[in-house]
Design a protein around this ligand. Structure first.
Ligand code: NAG
Ligand code: NAG
Length: 255
């Protein structure tokens, strides 16, 4: 009787706090993935770049350690932290040094330097095209990963703290005057083009931020999602599909 109650309790807890999703395996092995405006791309451990065509990842002939796609374009970072934007059929260099970039905001670019300094570029400057006089805006603070959606940007710092920048717009990529701290200890957090927020914690657990909207950008809590049997490494979401890299590098797409 007692054991039975415990098991029932455990089950209801699991179902309340964790959602098991229906997913398919996409062949390949990646360390990082990003999806936006219908394009899905990623990078493997050999820093080869792949784009998803149907259910196949096809390699493109560039060597990059990081790839991002969204309303701000397709950008990538090479092994020496040089940033490139895909334009007129090729990746053109932008004279700035970032270890990670994100193109998910309203045509703004955000980037993190190797020293975890935070920069952003407004929409009008980004749309001029790669330029050596880009008016990069520096935001006070340090982050190791930063990702933007339509009205806010979310980041994580080296301690795993989650921070949100509210009121971000195409004309004001810096948004509000400071970051707000969100509960949780994450290794990465990703904002989709529709504003939804996903994260992976330092233990490899996958989460979705619940209750996020333009009127409540911080949302209400973290909902655990179960996609990979042995832990999660990276996540991105676009057009109703969640793409997850598992701890072993395998790739899953969920609806
Ligand atoms: C790939 O790029 C390398 C270096 O830029 C070049 O030498 C090679 O010909 C390219 N291969 C293809 C198939 O385009
Ligand atoms: C990265 O790109 C920069 C700018 O084009 C170039 O000078 C540098 O050699 C590249 N690094 C690597 C490792 O290819």
């Amino acid at each position: 009787m007692k054991a039975c109650q415990c098991i029932l309790l455990l089950f209801s807890c699991l179902f309340l706090d964790t959602l098991a999703l229906e997913c398919e395996v996409i062949p390949g092995n990646l360390k990082q993935i990003d999806a936006g405006i219908g394009v899905v791309g990623g990078v493997n451990d050999d820093n080869e770049v792949f784009l998803l065509l149907g259910t196949d990842f096809r390699r493109i002939n560039v060597t990059m350690k990081h790839f991002t796609v969204g309303p701000a374009g397709e950008l990538a970072v090479n092994l020496s932290n040089s940033v490139f934007k895909f334009q007129s059929g090729k990746f053109s260099s932008i004279p700035v040094t970032f270890k990670q970039v994100d193109a998910g905001g309203d045509q703004i670019i955000v980037g993190i330097t190797p020293l975890d300094d935070i920069f952003c570029l407004n929409k009008d400057a980004n749309n001029i095209g790669p330029s050596s006089n880009f008016p990069w805006v520096q935001l006070a603070g340090k982050l190791k990963y930063y990702s933007c959606g339509p009205y806010s940007c979310w980041g994580v710092n080296s301690a795993g703290n989650v921070l949100i920048r509210r009121s971000v717009t195409g004309a004001n990529c810096g948004g509000a005057s400071s970051f707000d701290v969100i509960s949780g200890s994450m290794s990465m957090v990703e904002v989709a083009t529709d504003g939804s927020v996903y994260a992976v914690d330092t233990q490899g657990t996958l989460f979705q931020r619940t209750g996020v909207s333009s009127s409540n950008p911080i949302g209400t809590g973290w909902l655990g999602l179960l996609v990979c049997p042995n832990g999660h490494k990276h996540v991105t979401f676009d057009q109703g599909r969640l793409y997850v890299i598992c701890s072993d590098g395998s790739i899953r797409r969920c609806i």
